[in-house]
Design a protein around this ligand. Structure first.
Ligand code: ATP
Ligand code: MG
Ligand code: MG
Ligand code: MG
Length: 470
């Protein structure tokens, strides 16, 4: 049966509730009390204190559907079938409670019995040294040995920065030959989109102190993560995460705004998928209080918004369009995430400001960049100078990564060190000016990178928060 995304989310949570788990709401995308992470990138990230034993969990078994952002996947977005910068991660967690046997058995039960996937298309992998997990798959679940793959640390040892980590067992789904890369040796673990990685079961038994020292945790834990959109891809038997029911609605809206038909031109499709994804990320980030700035989380947001705006230009969209799309994101996700509806006006305002600011200069910036490309070509150069990249950033609002990307599409690079030097000079200048005027009477560093126009907006957010509590 072709369950919808919202149905699948509920089925997962209900299933683990029936196995004694406490279902908790998604946490914010902004990590709390955790400097090791810019944004929440997995279901386990906000639960770290329960894994390490620093805090007592409300129950030793928990299940969540966590909103996640992975900026590391930004280059994949629109190009692979399975990566978004934003996605929802389903997860079941054990804090010193059950371990490998139950975790493996339940993941299999959920996929084959509850959702009804064909077990002949499912392939588990284990960490090469983890004979225990191998035997559970083979002897207890009954998966033939030749269908279980053993992989090294790179693939089957899970860790993200400091904190709990351990060997893992992943479950892949064979979507069939038509999705394969066709290269010899294409099988489970190949980076193409045929064998889609659906679920990762991590057996958390170590603690990484952030410098590569591992200590065995007192309690053994289970941390699992399954991309909701990917689960929907295999259940609904569609091409990519952009074809599952919920994302498809947004993707169609992008097409409508751009006056394009999906599936006609490859480059257009990449832009359509990219905008679809980035608008989800941007909408959720703003709803969690992130503002577009030039540093940290704010830079991630600014880059996503401006990247989407530029791809809008590539599609031939003129004038502002991001607000309309964000409205569709909110409409499609507000049932699961009521904060989107509560902060709707605020979200749309932030997008409006950021987009109109960029729109003022984007065409000029793109033209200057094209001229610079011509100059480089004529001079036989392949590297854009730091000062030119900085001018695009400072005057035309092009985040360095955006300039870099546009150039890379044509085989050029940027002198990044040169760019950073220019940036440092400007920072110093700004700091000096501020020291004199004692900007806002507050610790200047806090405001260092915040755009002045946006700070006024930020007050609006506080107000919005205040009223929504009344
Ligand atoms: P991949 O190898 O496909 O990039 P991963 O190994 O990086 O995935 P994990 O870190 O194991 O992913 O995360 C757990 C699960 O979260 C994955 O099995 C997948 O279902 C989902 N997931 C990971 N990254 C993304 C993404 N960028 N977009 C959508 N879902 C994702
Ligand atoms: Mg990945
Ligand atoms: Mg992987
Ligand atoms: Mg994985």
């Amino acid at each position: 049966k072709k369950y919808g995304v919202n149905e699948l989310r509920q089925m997962f949570l209900d299933f683990f509730e029936s196995k004694g788990h406490l279902v908790m709401n998604s946490f914010s995308l902004v990590p709390q009390n955790d400097n090791s992470l810019l944004l929440i990138n997995a279901g386990m990230a906000p639960l770290k204190p329960y894994f390490t034993g620093a805090e007592i969990p409300p129950r030793t078994r928990v299940a969540t559907c966590q909103k996640c952002i992975r900026t590391g996947d930004i280059e994949n977005v629109g190009k692979t079938a399975r990566h978004g910068t934003f996605f929802e991660m389903l997860g079941n967690f054990s804090f010193g409670d059950y371990f490998k046997h139950e975790a493996i058995a339940w993941s299999w039960e959920f996929l084959t019995k509850v959702v009804g996937l064909d077990e002949n298309r499912l392939y588990p992998s284990v960490y090469e040294e983890d004979d225990e997990a191998f035997d559970i798959w083979n002897k207890e679940i009954g998966v033939p040995a030749d269908r279980i793959f053993r992989f090294g640390k790179e693939d089957n040892f899970w860790e993200h920065g400091a904190g709990p980590c351990g060997p893992c067992s992943e479950i892949y789904y064979d979507r069939g030959e038509k999705y394969g890369c066709g290269k010899p040796g294409c099988t489970v673990g190949c980076d193409c989109d045929r064998y889609m990685e659906v679920w990762n079961n991590v057996f958390t038994q170590f603690e990484n102190d952030g410098e590569g020292h591992y200590e065995t945790l007192k309690q053994k834990n289970i941390d699992t993560g399954m991309g909701l959109e990917r689960l929907a891809v295999v259940v609904q038997d569609v091409d990519s995460i952009f074809d599952v029911d919920t994302l498809c609605a947004l993707r169609n809206k992008v097409c409508e705004v751009a006056g394009k038909t999906y599936g006609v031109h490859h480059d257009d499709d990449v832009s359509i998928r990219l905008i679809t994804d980035h608008m989800r990320s941007a909408t959720f980030l703003i709803s969690d209080g992130v503002m577009p700035t030039n540093e940290g989380r704010g830079y991630v947001l600014r880059r996503l918004i401006r990247r989407a705006a530029r791809h809008g230009r590539l599609l031939g969209i003129e004038g502002p369009f991001l607000e309309k799309l964000s409205e569709t994101v909110i409409e499609g996700s507000k049932d699961g995430y009521p904060e989107l509806e509560e902060k709707k006006i605020f979200i749309l305002n932030v997008l409006h400001n950021e987009e109109s600011q960029f729109n003022k200069t984007i065409d000029q910036g793109l033209k200057i960049l094209a001229d610079l490309e011509t100059e480089m070509k004529e001079a036989g150069k392949t590297v854009l100078s730091g000062s030119d990249a900085f001018r695009l950033y400072d005057t035309y609002g092009f985040p360095m990564d955006l300039t870099k990307e546009i150039l890379e599409e044509k085989g050029y690079t940027i002198d990044e060190d040169g760019f950073k030097e220019e940036m440092e000079i400007q920072r110093k200048r700004a700091r000096e000016t501020r020291a004199v005027s004692n900007y806002m009477g507050a610790d200047a560093t806090v405001y260092d990178e915040i755009d002045r126009n946006i700070t006024t907006e930020f007050t609006g957010y506080d107000k919005l928060e205040a009223t929504s509590k009344v």
